[in-house]
Design a protein around this ligand. Structure first.
Ligand code: PBG
Length: 340
């Protein structure tokens, strides 16, 4: 029996070599950014229970762990600090001897070629766990016309610029403001330029949703908000047009790269942003996205490597140029081992 089927896409699928030849989407080790959580002390490797394989590290163990990544070809890291001391203004974040500036100096001394990206958010540094200064009558920035509990935008942005300069002076290559505050990129850009740091780039968390998938991160960074939630500054997950607005604003303010976060649950947003901007787009495969793959794999319900790679490929296929992922080390290893 003969059929008149002319178009047979399966012709390109029958062998591994043909599939490799016609593969449209590749993840390279150069695309990856590995996040780390750093705290004071020595010899610390506190496992983060909801993020198997991830730890809170002290600077010495951070250097060891980063060495493993560098040997696997990873070229960029993103740092989060857990300070000894938290206060209302998150002062450890803009202290030259704060945890992050010290970590950056140590990293750059040992790995001068490594790209160090510094997350600027205040939520790990404030005693209330919010991403900036909160409007309360007991503090100097109090503004009676604004609601109590409101995150004070403009004073916070000034502090972000101050922290950006401190981190860049310590050796950070890229500043990544994650607070979703209005005008943050512009004020940070001005701050860096005025400090003679015009070569330092800004990767803005331009499109950051108020997501339930950040849950494990808040355990890792010890940064859950003490009251309320982040809905007054992070975007509501229902909104797509607003993502394009946020992206356009940050680029107009001088962002060199922009980020969409979370990633695998926001592929439409990555794709829409990629189609409308000319700068590199990063996507952050966040803690909850990592945790759920691990949780299912632990139960034997999913294959860890296959489902992690499929998720990251989806992020790349949607248009992300850069992927920030807790799977970075695993992926670098898997890429070395070759296709399965
Ligand atoms: C800081 C920040 C968060 C994440 C990155 N930077 C947490 C939050 O906004 O609550 C989340 C990253 C992750 O879940 O992996 N604001």
């Amino acid at each position: 029996m003969r059929y008149d089927i002319v178009q047979r896409p399966r012709r390109l699928r029958y062998s591994a070599a043909l599939r490799a030849l016609t593969n449209e989407t590749h993840i390279r080790v150069d695309d990856l950014v590995a996040p780390f959580f750093v705290r004071d002390g020595t010899g610390i490797r506190n496992p983060i229970t909801s993020m198997p394989g991830q730890h809170q590290l002290s600077i010495d163990t951070l250097l060891e762990e980063v060495a493993v990544h560098v040997n696997l070809g990873i070229k960029a890291v993103l740092l989060f600090g857990i300070p000894l001391h938290k206060d209302a203004t998150g002062s450890d974040n803009y202290d030259h001897n704060g945890i992050i500036p010290r970590a950056i100096r140590s990293l750059k001394a040992q790995f001068p070629e490594l790209l160090v990206i510094s997350d600027l958010c205040f939520c790990e540094y404030t005693d209330h766990g919010h991403c900036g200064i909160i409007n309360t009558p007991d503090q100097p920035a109090y503004q009676p016309n604004l609601p109590i509990g409101y995150l004070l935008n403009d004073v916070t942005v000034e502090l972000l610029a101050k922290a950006a300069v401190v981190h860049a002076q310590a050796g950070a290559d890229i500043i990544a403001p994650s607070g979703m505050l209005d005008g943050m990129v512009e004020v940070i850009r001005l701050g860096l330029d005025n400090a003679g740091l015009s070569h330092i780039s800004i990767m803005s968390y331009a499109v950051k949703y108020a997501s339930a998938f950040y849950g494990p991160f808040r355990e890792a960074a010890e940064s859950p908000p003490a009251f309320g939630n982040r809905h007054q500054y992070q975007m509501q997950p229902t909104n797509r047009r607003e993502a394009l607005r946020e992206a356009a604003l940050d680029i107009a303010e001088g962002a060199d790269m922009i980020m969409v976060k979370p990633a695998a649950t926001y592929l439409d947003i990555i794709s829409a942003v990629r189609a409308t901007v000319e700068v590199p787009v990063a996507a952050y495969h966040v803690s909850g996205e990592y945790a759920m793959i691990h949780a299912a794999a632990e139960r034997g319900w999913l294959d860890l490597r296959a489902s992690a790679m499929e998720s990251l490929i989806a992020i790349k296929r949607a248009g992300a140029d850069i992927i920030i992922t807790y799977f970075a080390k695993d992926v670098a290893q898997w890429l070395r081992e070759g296709n399965d």
